[in-house]
Design a binder for this molecule. Sequence first.
Ligand code: UTP
Length: 275
Amino acid sequence: MINRCLFPVAGYGTRFLPATKSMPKEMLPIVNKPLVQYGVEEALDAGLDQIGFVTGRGKRAIADHFDVNYELEHQIKGTGKEKYLSCIRGVMDRGVFSFTRQSEMKGLGDAILTGQRLMGTEPFGVILSDDLCFGDGSGVMAQMVKLYEEFQCSIIAIQEIDGDDIEKFGVIAGDKVRDGVYKVTDMVEKPAKEDAPSNLAIIGRYILTPDIFDVLGWTPPGKNGEVQLTDALKVLSKTQGVIAYKFKGLRFDCGSIDGFVEATNYAYKNVYKPI
Ligand code: UTP
């Protein structure tokens, strides 16, 4: 049973400056909900209710978001405005929230390693909340949990990306197991387009077995001088097997301005329900 989910949220969000100078990127709203809340709801819907955040300096707003705001609660109690809080109250009731800090931004791999204590010794989910996903039927993490039950190894979500954009992703090579499911044979972080082993790009959803921590512990900094999760997963793919899964649904890159605007428009039309 997987019941923990890690949210690495320590990054600087430089592409959103100046908005992210003193506010975490993960608190930027898509219509009326911060990005990170969409991710947490996806985890809870998949049965992952032990939520761990790897934060950094300037990210306190995330912890405050998943805590009671007594003054506000007191002010609006019994008024018509109370209903606006019901959705975040529901999230807080369903999950347990823990926090730790990444002292230096040394990359996603280092952020995951920092979360080791929070995740313990069982397999766990990882959600990068700036990749906003709307699953087809069930949420993307719920789809992946189902696949984990079948394969019992690390699972990574992938999406077909054509053209030059492939250079922004980790990219896999894999043997097809069945439609949408591949056994990973190679992985490259942010390859030049001509070196990309396929058009199958890794997106911000993972289920990782705890063996990843050992590998991350000795993985040297890779692309951009950062400890890359992709490099550690490549090692796991050789030793224990890693499954890549073409998820069913939509993904928006809310770490970029264009993706954020697209997500906002999509969510306003298709997801947002006026309270
Ligand atoms: P990104 O590179 O997309 O996020 O990292 P960023 O660094 O915040 O954004 P830009 O490029 O400066 O605009 C992917 C995810 O990994 C986390 C980020 O918070 C984001 O969720 N991350 C990245 C960490 O937690 N720690 C790191 O050292 C690096």
